[in-house]
Design a binder for this molecule. Structure first.
Ligand SMILES: NC(=O)c1ccc[n+]([C@@H]2O[C@H](COP(=O)([O-])OP(=O)(O)OC[C@H]3O[C@@H](n4cnc5c(N)ncnc54)[C@H](O)[C@@H]3O)[C@@H](O)[C@H]2O)c1
Length: 258
């Protein structure tokens, strides 16, 4: 089987919803031993048990990725039970606002989850990957990191850091067999998008959904599964020559919008 994850364990943060859910299901179906690190422990348990009932491997771990001690403890448990081969830093949160109306509390909250969260997970998995001279780290950035998007000050800032973090890790561990890449999606239809539309545009949900869909030249949002296929490729052995890259998956958003 190409893109097989047989015999490899994969940690997916935020793996119970949206893009992370699609990644958890796909990686498990490719033979991976999936570990879902989630703030929403009940949902993670539901997803893991659904994956197991299809005959694949999945375990739920309730954890806030912004909490370094807890992240280290969970990843130690995973390492003890089967090793750590793949980390997908997918969990992230949205925020609408510009530099003037973004409060300090909101700025800290976004950076804590979207930057410190991936750092915490990378920090915790590296000793296990270095011990094997092998590992793959994939971070979820966003086209918001490289394109000016209105009213996404804290969010865009956080995703810019994710791209820089990707390059730094890719460079530092190049010779030790660890690859690190990131994916930059444009809009993907997930609860993340539905949540910020209903929170920020109450009563105009349908209109905003159509407006946001039309911002991709291709005329629609991505499906979470379409992002998961790219994640699978980048985490597979077949992508062994790829490190230090940021892959746009955007329906033409970055290059074809004019
Ligand atoms: N949906 C999009 O349009 C889009 C576009 C570009 C990038 N992204 C990025 O993709 C990633 C996933 O987005 P999604 O749309 O699937 O989101 P989602 O809201 O559907 O799912 C995110 C999951 O992360 C979990 N999570 C949030 N904070 C956490 C924390 N502190 N610790 C552990 N788990 C936590 C949530 O419980 C949730 O299950 C995010 O990093 C997001 O920034 C999304």
């Amino acid at each position: 089987m190409i893109f097989s994850l047989e015999g490899r364990s994969a940690i997916i943060t935020g793996g119970a919803s949206g893009i992370g859910l699609a990644i958890s299901k796909l990686f498990a179906s490719q033979g991976g031993d999936v570990h879902i690190l989630e703030l929403n422990g009940a949902l993670a348990e539901e997803v893991a048990s659904e994956i197991r009932s299809s005959g694949y491997k999945a375990t739920a771990h309730e954890v806030n990725i912004a909490d370094q001690e807890k992240v280290k403890a969970v990843i130690q448990t995973i390492a003890d039970t089967g090793g750590v081969d793949i980390l997908v830093n997918n969990a992230g949160i949205a925020h609408v606002g510009n530099a003037l109306n973004t409060t300090e509390a909101d700025f800290d909250r976004i950076l804590n989850v979207n930057i410190k969260g991936p750092y915490n997970c990378i920090h915790a998995v590296l000793p296990f990957m270095l011990a094997k001279s092998r590992g793959v780290i994939l971070n979820m950035a966003s086209i918001a990191a490289t394109i000016g998007i209105p009213d996404r000050f804290a969010y865009s800032t956080s995703k810019g850091a994710v791209i820089s973090m990707t390059l730094s890790v890719a460079k530092d561990y190049l010779k030790q067999g660890i690859r690190c890449n990131c994916i930059s999606p444009a809009r993907v239809h997930t609860p993340f998008v539905d949540g910020f539309i209903s929170k920020n545009y109450p009563g105009k949900e349908q209109e905003m959904f159509e407006k946001l869909s039309a911002t991709q030249p291709i005329g629609r949002m991505a499906k979470p599964e379409e992002i998961a296929y790219l994640a699978l490729y980048l985490c597979s052995e077949e992508a062994g020559f790829i490190t230090g890259c940021d892959y746009a998956i955007d329906g033409g958003f970055t290059r074809l919008n004019n």
